[in-house]
Design a protein around this ligand. Structure first.
Ligand SMILES: C[S@@+](CC[C@H](N)C(=O)[O-])C[C@H]1O[C@@H](n2cnc3c(N)ncnc32)[C@H](O)[C@@H]1O
Length: 296
């Protein structure tokens, strides 16, 4: 529920085709913002002619959607509150086995690179926050005898410094660097095989996601992979647990997140415009997550 697949899918090819001719990142960002807005604005009309249930779902979706920022997105949020929210997210991630589940999704691609290239797969994680997924990825791969080179990154310097200290303390071969997910222009093409991001796409506008995907698929030899929360009414049961795990700030941000998650069709549209000839796949990772892969 809230995916609107039957209602939105017929509109995707036309919207993607109309927005595909871009050369500048600024044009890409604007076109994608317009395309996703158009998909959302025209949804109630398509839903009405589809079925009563689709119409009701589109109404509920439009009512839930918000542009409100999460506390984490506020530039002047006190650093200790920012760190506390990211730490609460880590506790939540652990409690739902998120890291192991994300690793399971990446593992076949890591193995493929290892087999075809005969060397460790090189992974860059964007917006790695607490850094715990990058650290777990290195740890689990080591246990599986799978050679990987993991780099975590975030635009918030304090996260990067803390994560590098964690890597040293745990003797894990992970390096963390400062990187803005929307400006990867300093990273030479071919530096990484996979550029990965978890639970962050909903923080970014459709256009910002497109810019990130376009740049990442140019740099990475294999492609870009994103896992984020799945847009579904079922997840609205989570804030009760969030309050218990992470307190008020984290619960506030969780509720905003649930209202902002992208549908599979929206992700497909964004990726289609960002990488017009890409191999794009969006699917659920149940329960709770959506996976987007974009290979060029
Ligand atoms: C919801 S947290 C996700 C953290 C981690 N990926 C996880 O799953 O636990 C979002 C992260 O995105 C980072 N972030 C936000 N905007 C960013 C940008 N433009 N470039 C890089 N990181 C960014 C924030 O600092 C924060 O650590």
């Amino acid at each position: 529920m809230l995916q609107h697949a039957a209602v939105d899918q017929p509109a995707i090819p036309g919207l993607a085709l109309a927005a595909r001719s871009w050369t500048e990142m600024a044009t890409l960002e604007r076109r994608v913002n317009e395309a996703v807005e158009s998909l959302r604005l025209s949804r109630p009309k398509r839903a009405r002619s589809h079925s009563f249930l689709s119409h009701m779902q589109a109404q509920v979706d439009a009512w839930l959607r918000t542009d409100k920022p999460e506390y984490l997105d506020e530039a002047n949020l006190a650093p200790e509150r920012r760190v506390a929210i990211v730490q609460a997210l880590h506790l939540f991630n652990k409690s739902v086995f998120a890291y192991r589940r994300f690793y399971r999704e990446l593992k076949p691609w890591l193995q493929e690179i290892h087999t075809t290239e005969g060397r460790p797969a090189r992974v860059l994680e964007l917006a790695s926050g607490s850094g715990e997924f990058s650290l777990t990825l290195a740890d689990l791969a080591q246990r599986d005898g799978l050679a990987v080179e993991v780099t975590g990154s975030d635009y918030f310097a304090e996260h990067v410094a803390t994560c590098n200290a964690k890597a040293v303390e745990r003797a894990l071969p992970v390096t963390f660097i400062e990187a803005n997910a929307f400006d990867l222009s300093d990273i030479p093409v071919g530096t990484y095989d996979i550029i990965f991001i978890a639970q962050s796409s909903h923080h970014f506008s459709p256009g910002q996601n497109a810019v990130m995907i376009a740049q990442a698929t140019k740099i990475a030899t294999l492609g870009f992979i994103s896992i984020d929360g799945q847009r579904s009414v079922l997840l609205f049961a989570l804030p009760a647990i969030d309050l218990f795990i992470g307190g008020r700030d984290f619960t506030h941000d969780s509720i905003i997140s649930l209202r902002k998650f992208y549908t599979h069709s929206e992700l497909e549209l964004i990726a289609n415009i960002a990488v017009p000839n890409g191999i794009i796949n969006v699917r659920p990772v149940n329960p709770g997550y959506s996976l987007l892969t974009v290979f060029s």
